[in-house]
Design a protein around this ligand. Structure first.
Ligand SMILES: CC(C)(COP(=O)(O)OP(=O)(O)OC[C@H]1O[C@@H](n2cnc3c(N)ncnc32)[C@H](O)[C@@H]1OP(=O)(O)O)[C@@H](O)C(=O)NCCC(=O)NCCS
Length: 151
């Protein structure tokens, strides 16, 4: 299936919120995405197929350091390399914007995301105990990760 890649705008907020709700127990609202897509320093990339938004990533670039705020792939399109493609492409663009470091946090029970980030070269910097609660019987830690970008 052909995939189309482009940055997201506030007009994509409803699609992003719908996809996010499939990916997280506490998905962000349409209004939250509209605001974040319009924010200074926001860097987004979405992958679209014939059914609409299949995956997207959202970063915040602040003074040369970017935080991966969220990334989600539609459940029907997982394990096809979409998130890897999105994150790799955004990081290549961030290097051109003089970003030297990318940070993120991920729940310690999120095996696919941990595998993906580690394989992209992110390493663990620390943990926030009992950080994630939504949709879980007991809180789990956030693992703080970062990757230095080569110029
Ligand atoms: C995390 C997420 C974005 C990954 O999206 P994706 O498009 O499926 O990712 P990719 O296909 O690029 O890569 C997934 C990798 O995880 C691996 N994987 C899948 N399930 C796994 C598991 N249970 N344990 C370990 N690795 C796993 C895949 O094999 C693949 O690695 P590979 O490329 O080395 O084979 C997707 O699972 C998702 O939307 N999850 C819900 C939202 C979420 O957790 N977002 C991240 C929050 S930090």
């Amino acid at each position: 299936m052909t995939l189309h890649l482009r940055a997201l705008t506030p007009d994509d907020a409803a699609a992003a919120a719908a996809l996010h709700a499939l990916a997280f127990a506490d998905g962000w609202s349409e209004a939250a995405f509209a605001a974040q897509f319009a924010a200074a320093g926001a860097v987004t990339l979405g992958l679209f197929d014939a059914d609409g938004l299949a995956a997207f990533a959202l970063f915040q670039n602040t003074a040369g350091e970017a935080d991966l705020l969220t990334v989600a792939t539609h459940p029907d399109r997982r394990n096809q390399g979409l998130a890897r493609q999105l994150i790799t492409r955004v990081m290549a663009d961030l290097v051109l914007q003089a970003v030297t470091r990318v940070t993120l946090d991920v729940a310690e029970d999120n095996a696919p995301a941990l595998h993906l980030y580690a394989s992209l070269g992110f390493t663990e910097d620390g943990r926030r105990p009992r950080y994630y609660t939504a949709g879980r019987p007991a809180p789990v830690a956030a693992i703080l990760m970062s990757k230095t970008l080569a110029a």
